[in-house]
Design a protein around this ligand. Structure first.
Ligand code: NAD
Length: 256
């Protein structure tokens, strides 16, 4: 059980982040939820998790595109035993048409935020004598697809950061790993279907079958519960010697 541990999950009001938060709460961890907004609905997600699983849950607003806010999130969190760097966005365009602001936002949210949160989390983990850092990369952290230059760069970058920080903490009771999902049907994936349809001049159904799941040998989406289950495993004693690795949850995509 993870009872007595506190997990901070960035970008956790929807999709994979929320799925991981639920699995961690189910396993007994107190959870800190995060996104960039500050609405009643955001705080209600935390209250609902606390009620459902009998753990402490708080929502802390922080924009992961801003370094000072990434750092403040870790400072404000009531505990910091497990850090899940999950916040991420996507944008699809050929590189010569790629908006500079989109490039900057993707690199900031999908890569640089984890630098800031990790830098702040490690001293707290060292003080507590235990820590788990789980970076949500992607199959695109190991492979490329056209029109996703910023995303593929950031996701490869986070795999590199995972290895580096694992080496820096290797002699300590702290592990640092990446999870590399293939496609999970979340709002992030749903949102890119229309743009991808335009790029490939296809219908949206054709995009799911021929583009999105084209590289997935299993022809199935992974689920947020499955990704959450890998996070639970990485927090278990069985995973004490697993550090600096990238675990694929991709239906065979990167086997090819
Ligand atoms: P999502 O859009 O459903 O959720 C993203 C979350 O991040 C939301 O809670 C959103 O509010 C939050 N967020 C966005 N910008 C933020 C910011 N500036 N500051 C703080 N929070 C912010 O997306 P998802 O599919 O659940 O993706 C989660 C992570 O998993 C991302 O890093 C994504 O790259 C990665 N991933 C997703 C898939 C997939 O198929 N869905 C596959 C591989 C990797």
């Amino acid at each position: 059980s993870l009872s007595g541990k506190t997990a901070i999950i960035t970008g956790s009001t929807s999709g994979i982040g929320l799925g991981i938060a639920k699995e961690l709460a189910k396993a007994g961890a107190d959870v800190v939820l995060n996104s960039f907004s500050d609405t009643e609905a955001d705080h209600k997600i935390a209250a609902d998790l606390a009620a459902e699983f009998g753990v402490k849950a708080v929502y802390i607003q922080a924009d992961m595109s801003k370094g000072d806010q990434c750092r403040a999130l870790i400072e404000k969190a009531p505990g910091c035993d497990i850090l899940v760097n999950n916040a991420g966005i996507q944008y699809v365009a050929p590189i010569d048409e790629f908006p500079v602001a989109k490039w900057d936002a993707i690199i900031a949210i999908n890569l640089t935020s984890a630098f800031h949160t990790t830098a702040m989390a490690l001293p707290r983990m060292r003080k507590a004598g235990w820590g788990r850092i789980i970076n949500i990369s992607s199959a695109h952290g190991l492979r490329a697809s056209p029109f996703k230059s910023a995303y593929v760069s950031a996701k490869h970058g986070i795999v590199g950061m995972t290895k580096t920080v694992a080496l820096e903490t290797a002699k300590e009771p702290i592990t640092v790993n990446a999870i590399c999902p293939g496609y999970v049907l979340t709002p992030l994936v749903e949102a890119q279907i229309p743009d991808t349809a335009k790029e490939y001049n296809m219908s949206e159904d054709e995009v799911i079958e021929k583009v999105i799941l084209a590289k997935t040998p299993s022809k199935e989406f992974a689920t947020v519960e499955q990704v959450g289950g890998i996070a639970i495993f990485l927090c278990s004693p069985s995973a004490d010697q697993i550090t600096g690795t990238a675990i694929s949850v991709d239906g065979g995509w990167t086997a090819e």
